[in-house]
Ligand binder design. Structure first.
Ligand SMILES: [Zn+2]
Length: 270
């Protein structure tokens, strides 16, 4: 099974999500025999069907935090992974708020769904677990939802995902050695929104991590109409790191001669 990332949605920011200007289904990471669905937001099931992704083959569901654009379809995706909650299988990984609830952020996975999976892991920044041949590490974020985490997936390739949140000094240390870095980049560099990343902050992080490919996604309204693509080009110019603004339904091969290239599914792209 070739390693790849499939983007089931590249929308972020509330107006993009509520109007589904861009989709919001999270992304699928396939690597070393695992198939993980990260942040299954609104419409994840529908987008999976649209893009030909078989969620019944998932080996895990991962939820970074309790904001609805990251988790509303998580329980349904768990049901799909577990054949309607009839077959106990797969892993669920989440932040403390996602699995147990924390303060005003109530748990978003019911006890019924927690019981449906084979293994549940609550992670906080710095925690590392093994899932098959993969090592998964949780990374710190600076976000409004305080237990929000990002992830690094270490296997035949190393893939980092920032989760939500603004850049903070030292964030790069979590992503050292990443070949691919997926960044939730809500706004252009000219616009700052506290505790969310803009393109200027993404550039700073990319310049320090120097992955083979940086993938911007989770766009708010101000990143649409070609802005995200222009920001990606500017980041690439300023850092020397190949940077793309992801599109809904895009598939990125992580190894072989197609490494880092987008392939197939162009018929789905706008
Ligand atoms: Zn959030």
């Amino acid at each position: 099974m070739p390693a790849k990332i499939t983007l089931l949605g590249t929308g972020g920011g509330r107006f993009v999500i509520i109007n589904q200007v861009r989709a919001s289904g999270g992304f699928i990471l396939e690597m070393d025999g695992e198939m993980l669905h990260i942040d299954p937001g609104p419409g994840a099931l529908v987008r999976a069907k649209q893009y030909g992704v078989k969620l019944g083959k998932l080996t895990g569901v991962i939820v970074s935090h309790t904001h609805p654009d990251h988790c509303t379809d998580a329980q349904m995706v768990i049901e799909t992974m577990t054949q309607g909650a009839k077959k106990k299988r797969g892993i669920l990984i989440g932040s403390e708020s996602v699995i147990k609830g924390k303060g005003e952020f109530i748990q978003v996975i019911s006890p019924y769904h927690l019981k449906a999976v084979e293994r549940v892991e609550v992670m906080k920044p710095g925690d590392k677990i093994k899932v098959g041949k993969l090592e998964i590490e949780a990374t710190k974020t600076k976000h409004r939802e305080p237990s929000c985490i990002g992830f690094v997936f270490r296997g035949s390739s190393i893939v980092g995902f920032t989760g939500d949140g603004e850049y903070f000094s030292g964030q790069e240390n979590y992503f050292k050695g990443c070949n691919y870095l997926i960044i939730n980049c809500l706004r252009p560099r000219t616009n700052t929104w506290p505790e969310h990343m803009n393109a200027g902050q993404a550039e700073k992080l990319i310049g320090k991590v120097k992955p083979k490919l940086a993938i911007l996604q989770h766009f708010g309204m101000l990143m649409l109409r070609g802005v995200a693509e222009r920001e990606a080009k500017q980041i690439q110019r300023n850092t020397g790191v190949r940077t793309i603004a992801a599109r809904d339904g895009q598939v990125l091969d992580l190894d072989g001669k197609e490494e880092g290239k987008s392939k197939g599914l162009d018929r789905f792209l706008k």
